[in-house]
Design a protein around this ligand. Structure first.
Ligand SMILES: [Zn+2]
Length: 696
């Protein structure tokens, strides 16, 4: 189980870009950083009515979503700024005469990607040999050879990513064992879809039907681009949709998947083979060079059973068509303009509402961040994250951990037994700030200036091998799951670590020159959020060493669930911004919502303690007319100002465990008496819930 399911922040951008491999753009090519501005709040409005509007309304009016964006937030300028830092690194390396190996890799990756003319002129040159492999498959046994090849070469398809739609047929990769986190074993997971989740295949409201019709048209066009005639393409499009729908029906839904116990199915190779007799596992494992494993973690046995059945039911020709589609799908961004445009038109326009494609250079930097992330990350850190920033962030982290220590001791609903276990877990959390202590070695990865597609295949294969090499070895606790320029953060329950890449330790989230109130309301809320993930409905099931072990007394677990249910019910609500009849399921977002609520409270507690040390209080008015308590909440509102196109928001609500920014702000503050105190809100006002929820 990778940390990918536990990620936070800027999720709208982070998650949606995975769908279409395109990126953010603004009118300002360089990226404008957003700094905290106490004048941004709209004092003409009542903060107790709609705090999100009070914080963000003026900013929205001045910052409409650019045409090539699906969302636009106060963090979007930083996104462009971060990309520009990496662009400069790549351009410099491309133009240099006497180059180190790393400069050669970075420079040639850039040259190959930016050479649109060359890629267009090459047409199907690089794709054809891949298509011929599939044409040559003679029997169903041969399918597994090709699946092994595709798993090793198609980006975003490699299995350890643990996305639900993922790799062709099934997902495959390393995973820490759930019962013994010191063991790295091989894991097999559901996969095989190209729409964002199973819901897209099985829901039958008008919008879902419309999207499926457009998906089928997209499949047809992609087959046509690969050289098939109209009649063939139409038939094949229908075949793929039918096959993926079969697989989708068998997938475990994303709410059930939130319970790690449901994913904890250990099997021997013999048991896995008996579960899926139509997949020759010994052969597959040889082809991908899988190391010996203590056992297999088969997350979703029912899905694997259904896949096995589908292998029997569908004729060989259907499966070849299915594999051709997945090859085309995961190759499209690296091929000629016709493929790029068609891929964009469905995945970025239809699914998430973008009106124009991102400029080429941003797409190239994004791909390079995925493929050569820690090389570009070194240059980013050198330019954007000095040691004194790291120290200040570390101080914030320690103070917020201290606040949770106090919070745990003061909770009325928890017994002293569970309290001491919780404190033990808190004290074993390891903090990772900015960047890894040692950098990944890419020297065996061969990058050339000849073919963008080949470079992406080589990088995917390099990463696949690196991942599998973890199996059977001691867990690498120092490894990072995100690259340094990433604007995001995560908690990893199996390592019990919190991780904050340098990319998010920038304005508007963190700024060295800002006072504590602003930084605690910004990055402090993010830090608190990640720490609370260790204690949300999912994280609380893991112990200090990362093992899935119940350390709760039954009464405390019951008391926890009662409080967790309050949150889940509160966030189960209509999302009118996403279109008619779109409803958020609070069971999907419960962990993130719990983290938002607990995290903000911890950050405020830590701010109060920090001010006290300097002899200051939360409620002394400053020169700008706001108190530190008010500035704290204003900063929190600021970092979440986010506009999202309705198409993208609908996709987010169906697939993303994070609530929409507006509710991350409003529901959270409405649960806090500390907020009502800050702005004098009367009980029963929209931002002062009568039945406020609180877990931590
Ligand atoms: Zn989170």
């Amino acid at each position: 189980m990778k940390s990918a399911r536990f990620l936070l922040v800027c999720s709208v951008i982070g998650t949606l870009t995975l769908l279409h491999s395109a990126l953010a753009q603004t009118a300002a090519e360089e990226g404008k950083l957003q700094h905290f501005d106490p004048q941004q709040a709209d004092r003409a409005l009542d903060p107790c009515q709609d705090f999100y509007k009070f914080s963000c309304g003026k900013w929205f009016a001045a910052n409409p979503i650019p045409a090539d964006q699906v969302s636009w937030s106060t963090g979007s300028g930083l996104n462009i700024w971060n990309l520009n830092v990496s662009r400069e690194t790549m351009q410099k390396a491309a133009g240099k005469a006497d180059r180190s190996q790393v400069e050669q890799q970075v420079g040639d990756y850039w040259s190959a990607c930016m050479d649109e003319k060359g890629i267009d002129a090459a047409g199907l040159r690089d794709l054809t040999p891949e298509m011929q492999r599939i044409d040559a498959i003679k029997d169903k046994a041969g399918l597994i050879d090709e699946v092994a090849h595709l798993h090793q070469t198609l980006p975003a398809a490699w299995a350890g990513d643990n996305n639900q739609t993922g790799a062709p047929m099934f997902g495959f990769g390393p995973s820490q064992d759930l019962d013994d986190a010191s063991l790295v074993v091989l894991s097999v997971d559901q996969g095989g879809l190209a729409l964002p989740s199973r819901d897209f295949y099985i829901q039958d409201d008008a919008k879902s039907v419309e999207i499926r019709n457009k998906y089928q048209a997209h499949l047809r066009k992609m087959f046509e681009l690969s050289g098939q005639n109209k009649e063939e393409s139409g038939r094949n499009a229908a075949t793929v949709l039918a096959m993926e729908t079969d697989l989708a029906k068998a997938q475990m839904d994303n709410i059930t998947r939130r319970d790690p116990k449901k994913l904890n199915n250990k099997m021997s190779l013999e048991q896995l083979q008996a579960l899926t007799p139509n997949i020759n596992w010994k052969h597959y494992l040889e082809l991908v060079h899988a190391p010996p494993t203590h056992h297999y973690l088969v997350s979703t046995p029912d899905f694997m059973k259904a896949l096995n059945q589908a292998l029997q039911d569908h004729p060989l020709e259907h499966w070849k068509t299915y594999l051709r589609w997945h090859l085309l799908h995961f190759s499209a961004p690296y091929l000629s303009a016709a493929f790029v445009d068609e891929n964009w038109s469905f995945y970025s326009h239809t699914l998430i509402g973008a009106e124009r494609i991102q400029p080429r250079w941003r797409r190239c930097v994004r791909a390079a961040d995925r493929d050569l992330g820690e090389v570009l990350g070194q240059a980013y850190v050198a330019q954007a994250f000095p040691p004194e920033n790291k120290q200040r962030v570390l101080d914030l982290v320690h103070n917020i951990e201290g606040a949770l220590d106090q919070d745990i001791q003061s909770l009325g609903w928890m017994s002293s037994t569970s309290k001491s276990e919780a404190a033990k877990k808190l004290h074993s959390i390891e903090e990772k700030i900015g960047y890894p202590n040692s950098w990944r070695d890419y020297s065996s990865l061969k990058i050339t200036s000849n073919s963008y597609l080949h470079n992406v295949h080589a990088a995917t294969s390099f990463e696949f091998t690196r991942q599998l090499n973890k199996v059977g070895k001691p867990v690498d606790r120092a490894e990072w799951g995100m690259t340094p320029p990433t604007i995001d953060a995560y908690y990893d329950p199996q390592l019990n670590t919190i991780n904050f890449p340098a990319g998010i330790l920038q304005p508007p989230y963190f700024e060295q020159r800002q006072d504590d109130a602003v930084n605690y309301g910004g990055i402090g809320a993010v830090i608190g959020h990640e720490i609370i993930h260790g204690f949300d409905d999912q994280g609380r099931q893991f112990d200090p060493t990362g093992n899935l072990r119940d350390w709760w007394t039954p009464e405390d677990a019951r008391a926890y669930d009662e409080r967790g249910n309050c949150i889940a019910n509160e966030y189960t609500q209509e999302i009118p911004e996403a279109g008619p009849e779109v409803k958020q399921n609070g069971r999907l977002t419960q962990g993130e919502d719990t983290a938002d609520n607990g995290g903000l409270r911890l950050a405020l507690m830590a701010l109060e303690l920090a001010l006290k040390k300097e002899g200051k209080s939360l409620d002394e008015k400053g020169a700008d007319g706001w108190t530190p308590r008010q500035r704290f909440f204003l900063s929190f509102g600021d970092i979440w100002c986010t506009e999202v196109r309705p198409e993208a928001l609908r996709t987010q609500v169906l697939t993303n465990p994070h609530s929409f920014a507006k509710y991350r702000v409003n529901n959270t503050v409405a649960n806090m008496p500390e907020f009502q105190q800050a702005f004098g809100c009367k009980k029963g006002a929209p931002m002062a819930h009568v039945n406020a929820c609180r877990v931590w």
